[in-house]
Design a protein around this ligand. Structure first.
Ligand SMILES: Cc1cc2nc3c(=O)[nH]c(=O)nc-3n(C[C@H](O)[C@H](O)[C@H](O)COP(=O)(O)OP(=O)(O)OC[C@H]3O[C@@H](n4cnc5c(N)ncnc54)[C@H](O)[C@@H]3O)c2cc1C
Length: 258
């Protein structure tokens, strides 16, 4: 059985802009030409959304998209950031992690691996660093997950027999797996597809990439920030990294909860 210690963050989706429709909107509102200096659709859409509020396309202040969005952060015009949306897949994360993640409601969408449908007999497990780094703790962890997996297998076997009168094979497996999963630990690895807007991501980073957050979610939040600083610097480059004694990173900004 695989033991995982590092989460993976895949940025799998981003927006595109329909330039023809944007030009049509601008022409309909007597704006002959407007351009900005970002190719990142989420950043451009956020700027457009902000400019629609004040119809300020005609005489943009200098500084481009980064300056415009920094001003949005400064004044706390947070709803503008909800128009920038990205899609991620997180893997190598535990069920404990996703339980914390899904507490983030506003501006998030989730689709998580189903333990009712998917066979968990070969599941991997996520081990906390402080457990892995201590030989005795690690041995306790290994024994516990081996026992849990063995119990899961036995339950699936018995329950599959018990439900053998159920004709539909998929339903029969589901009935067995949905009950047997009760013995799997919080450490069981899972995968989750996540969609979030820039405002929601910033709030997540603020709450979860600091010293008070649980280490696994802090790792994921730090990776999300790594990805987003490259992906959308106008929206995410205001954070400063700080190293904690255990080597993990926290991120801090002056723009709280926009
Ligand atoms: C260090 C830490 C420890 C934690 N410990 C626990 C714990 O022991 N037990 C536990 O249950 N949770 C715990 N949490 C989770 C925490 O309570 C929040 O559920 C989680 O951080 C999501 O934050 P949020 O509600 O601000 O985010 P979101 O749900 O994304 O909401 C974003 C913002 O929208 C607004 N909002 C959203 N929904 C509502 C609403 N219904 N009414 C009014 N305003 C709303 C709020 O301003 C909120 O901040 C912990 C979180 C942290 C960071």
């Amino acid at each position: 059985m695989d033991i995982i210690r590092e989460p993976r963050v895949y940025l799998v989706g981003r927006q595109i802009i329909d330039d023809a429709e944007l030009d049509r909107f601008l022409a309909d509102h007597d704006v002959r030409a407007w351009e900005t200096d970002t190719d990142v659709a989420g950043q451009k859409l956020s700027e457009i959304a902000g400019r629609v509020c004040y119809m300020s396309f005609a005489r943009p202040r200098p500084g481009g998209n980064a300056t415009y969005l920094r001003h949005i952060l400064e004044v706390g015009h947070g709803s503008v950031l909800e128009h920038a949306v990205w899609n991620f897949i997180f893997t190598g994360v535990s069920r404990s992690f996703t339980h914390e993640l899904v507490r983030h409601r506003a501006g998030w969408g989730y689709s998580q691996l189903s333990q009712r449908y998917v066979d968990e007999s070969t599941a991997s497990f996520v081990e906390p660093d402080c457990v892995a780094d201590d030989a005795e703790c690690h041995a306790i962890f290994e024994a516990a997950i081996a026992d849990a997996q063995a119990a899961y297998l036995k339950l699936v076997e018995r329950l599959t027999t018990r439900f053998e009168s159920v004709e539909d094979k998929t339903m029969r497996r589901k009935l067995a797996r949905q009950a047997a999963r009760c013995v799997l630990p919080n450490a069981t690895e899972t995968k989750i597809f996540v969609t979030a807007n820039a405002r929601a991501l910033r709030h997540f980073i603020e709450l979860r990439c600091n010293e008070f957050a649980e280490p696994e979610i802090r790792k994921v939040a730090a990776r999300v920030l790594d990805v987003m600083r490259v992906e959308a610097p106008s929206l995410f480059s205001d954070y400063e990294w700080k190293a904690l004694d255990d080597g993990s990173r926290t991120a801090h900004t002056v723009f709280h909860k926009v």
